[in-house]
Ligand binder design. Structure first.
Ligand SMILES: [Ca+2]
Ligand SMILES: [Ca+2]
Length: 93
């Protein structure tokens, strides 16, 4: 969950346009895990690839490739080289 928190912060900073479309009453600066997943899954295939993950964090964060790789592998519980919604956050449904 530490990784997810970092990603949420990075994306919240980088996606102010998207955040303004949130439903009224929702926290202005916070995205739910499903929204974060959708932002990371740039080709919309339902999984976050290593490239998508690295692209999002590499663009907005100060993390090194090795750190991004380590976070990806930590989230990729079944080691199929992509992050499913369940791996990203078990509560995403
Ligand atoms: Ca994808
Ligand atoms: Ca996986």
């Amino acid at each position: 969950m530490t990784c997810l928190a970092v990603i949420a912060i990075i994306l919240a900073c980088a996606t102010t346009v998207h955040v303004t479309t949130a439903a009224p009453g929702e926290d202005d600066n916070s995205l739910n895990p499903e929204e974060i997943f959708g932002l990371l899954d740039t080709d919309g295939d339902g999984f976050i690839s290593r490239e998508e993950f690295g692209g999002a964090l590499g663009n907005h964060g100060s993390e090194t490739d090795a750190e991004i790789d380590a976070e990806f592998e930590e989230m990729d519980a079944n080691n199929d080289d992509k992050i499913s919604p369940e791996e990203f956050d078990p509560d995403i449904h």
